[in-house]
Design a protein around this ligand. Structure first.
Ligand code: 3MF
Ligand code: MG
Length: 347
């Protein structure tokens, strides 16, 4: 494959080069130092780094605002040195023991105060690292049993969170990454519809959009390309996490197109239709290497997914648009389906 990214910019997060542990088995690969992970970005043809707040500034909790700024600026220089840019900062509340029952929607006011403060720290880190985007994946903001939280109040607290961030920094934009379940039984804001409704209720809807992850949409029983289309129609698709998911089970984060190539084609198709590449926003990947893959530094899943995406860009661009129109006009959807499948198969 060539290094031509066809107008797209690609990103992934350091957690995507991982140790292979899962809930039923320990790590199978060594932890790679962050510097080594960063070194692989350019080699793999990626330009953007997605950061959790504590990826960007490890052990950020004990730091003063000045120390936080200094550490974030140091990380920015490391990125500059590698020719990379920071795509977003995301608060990682779920690794802290205080976040056991969520942070922003926790019943304990002390925990909520901590979580809201962390979101403001994220804004500070983001600005120091020259990005305006904060991603909210609302990991534990939900319940195992409905009676555990007041869901109306919880949603109001999430709105308060969004407004607090918007008010704290007049340039920050927020991308909500909806996911319906895991680690919770049910999460609040499970789909892009919920995310954009929250955006509409916020004090500055223009600055609140969504990041759509393929696997999360599938886990909600929805079609990822239609979820993207909904956000694109509203002008609010701020990023994507492409990957794949084989049905309703644990969040698999498989390589893009590996479970459902047709659905992957349609995700590329909708991004192409919206000229997403021209926005210069990133094609983010959120993909786990298989636990069963041999090797100490496993990055093939990222390179493969990018190459599958680019191959599908070619497929979308080379599909016969006249034929498509004729078949739609004739309402010959059997022939349209066969034309699409033949085109993907190359037969
Ligand atoms: C979980 C996810 C997360 C988010 C990440 C960025 C660990 O299913 O997708 O990955 O993408 O936290 O906010
Ligand atoms: Mg994700």
């Amino acid at each position: 494959m060539s290094n031509d990214n066809k107008g797209y910019r690609f990103s992934f997060g350091p957690w995507n080069i991982n140790e292979g542990n899962d809930p039923f088995g320990p790590t199978v690969r060594p932890t790679l130092p962050f510097a080594k992970k960063l070194g692989s970005y350019k080699a793999l043809g990626f330009e953007g780094v997605q950061f959790h707040d504590d990826d960007a500034v490890p052990e950020l909790e004990g730091l003063s605002p000045e120390q936080l700024q200094t550490k974030a600026a140091e990380m920015k220089s490391v990125l500059d040195g590698e020719g990379l840019v920071c795509e977003f900062i995301a608060p990682r509340l779920w690794e802290d023991e205080r976040g056991i029952d969520g942070g922003f929607t926790a019943n304990d006011p002390k925990v909520r105060a901590w979580a809201f403060d962390r979101a403001k720290k994220c804004a500070d880190i983001a600005r120091a690292m020259d990005t305006k985007m904060i991603v909210l994946w609302l990991a534990r903001e939900g319940t195992y049993i409905r009676e555990a939280k007041d869901a109306i109040v919880a949603n109001q607290r999430l709105l308060e969170l969004v407004n607090t961030i918007l008010d704290y920094d007049s340039e920050i934009e927020i991308a909500i990454e909806p996911k319906p379940n895991e680690p919770m039984d049910h999460a609040y804001i499970p789909t892009i519809g919920h995310a954009l409704a929250l955006s509409g209720m916020s004090s500055d809807p223009k600055r609140v959009g969504g990041l759509i992850e393929t696997a999360h949409a599938v886990l909600a029983g929805l079609d990822p390309s239609d979820e993207m289309a909904f956000a694109l129609a509203a002008g609010k698709l701020l990023s994507v996490h492409l990957n794949d998911q084989n049905g309703l089970k644990f969040d698999q984060d498989k390589s893009f197109g590996a479970a459902n190539l047709r659905a992957a084609y349609n995700q590329v198709r909708v991004l192409e239709a919206a000229n997403y590449a021209d926005t210069k926003r990133f094609i983010g990947l959120d993909i786990k290497a298989m636990r069963t893959q041999k090797g100490d530094c496993v990055t093939a899943h990222l390179e493969n997914s990018k190459n599958i995406f680019l191959a599908l860009v070619d497929k979308v661009r080379s599909f016969d648009k006249n034929l498509e129109k004729q078949l739609i006009d004739a309402r010959d959807y059997e022939a349209l389906e066969m034309a699409v499948i033949s085109h993907i198969l190359g037969v």
